[in-house]
Design a protein around this ligand. Structure first.
Ligand code: ATR
Length: 272
């Protein structure tokens, strides 16, 4: 049986083993998928031992996405752009491919919920690794523009500069977000995990059609509630579909089979 695992620290609450076991059942594949929690500076030794033991793929989450990026023998263009790897695959020739499926997971979920992204003006809140990973996939899905707003403005500017050749990208701090209409707002910070809100003007929601929070909870996140409060007509979602979507892309890379995402979102949602 082909063996896989998710690496992170902490990892005990990861939904990845559940999600991949649901994919395996759905597509009639026999796989074994576990959890690995190396110490924060032990990723390299742990992943080497892992592949030496015959495992063929890994998902990688915080804090190891940069370690995985450095470990891979070869990188996909989207992993290069994200400068982070969430999926490792040991190919039949023994080399390890590093991919990043997070952005594709987000794009899939936005399209599933709200249709084509072509021509949409998108506001990304936050300028960390989560934001960096989704910029290229959003541009590839033909959004018209991306504005990055971050609490620390300099980080937003750095990220915009990194991708300026790829599309129409602007940046600012929270206080000087341009007063233009955004079609979609995406919270790429983890602020909702503590029930916090990014200290940005609620005017961003005025004309927007959708607001997406990359984190997820059993109930609506603080960000989703905030968006609804300022624009009753806005559609909101948390990031559970992104999580299942990125897992589906990893599964496809490893198994060459695309699992159906929607039933798995439903099952995992019911278990939150
Ligand atoms: P990740 O890889 O998950 O994106 P990160 O690289 O540490 O994590 O980046 C976290 C991002 O969330 C940053 O943009 C951070 O803003 P700063 O650059 O100003 O630190 C943002 N962030 C986290 N908590 C936040 C909060 N409560 N309000 C606003 N921004 C927050």
């Amino acid at each position: 049986m082909d063996r896989y695992a998710v690496f992170g620290n902490p990892i005990e609450h990861s939904k990845s083993p559940l999600i991949h076991s649901l994919f395996a059942k759905q597509t009639h594949q026999a796989i074994d998928y576990g959890r690995q929690q190396p110490g924060n500076d032990q990723f390299n030794d742990a992943i080497k031992a892992f592949f030496a033991q015959g495992y063929i793929g890994a998902n990688v989450t915080s804090p190891f996405k940069l370690d995985a990026f450095r470990f891979a023998d070869e990188l996909t263009p989207r992993a290069k752009a994200a400068q982070a790897v969430n999926t490792l695959y040991k190919r039949p020739d023994g080399s390890v491919l590093g991919d990043n499926t997070d952005g594709e997971g987000l794009v899939h979920d936005l399209q599933r919920l709200w249709g084509a992204l072509e021509g949409k003006r998108v506001l990304l809140i936050g300028a960390g690794g989560a934001t960096r990973g989704v910029i290229l996939p959003l541009l590839t899905a033909k959004v018209c523009s991306i504005h990055i707003a971050n609490r620390t403005a300099s980080k937003a500017h750095e990220l915009a500069a990194m991708f300026e050749k790829e599309g129409n990208i602007s940046s600012s701090g929270f206080d000087d977000v341009p007063e233009v209409t955004f079609d979609g707002i995406i919270n790429c910070t983890s602020s909702s995990l503590n029930g916090d809100l990014p200290q940005i003007s609620a005017n961003i929601f005025s004309e927007a059609a959708f607001a997406y929070d990359m984190t997820y909870k059993a109930q609506q996140t603080s960000f989703m509630q905030w968006a609804k409060k300022h624009n009753a007509g806005i559609e909101v979602s948390d990031g559970l579909g992104m999580l299942v979507g990125q897992a589906a892309e990893s599964f496809y890379l490893w198994r060459n089979v695309k699992p159906q995402i929607e039933p798995v979102i439903k099952t995992v949602r019911a278990m939150l």
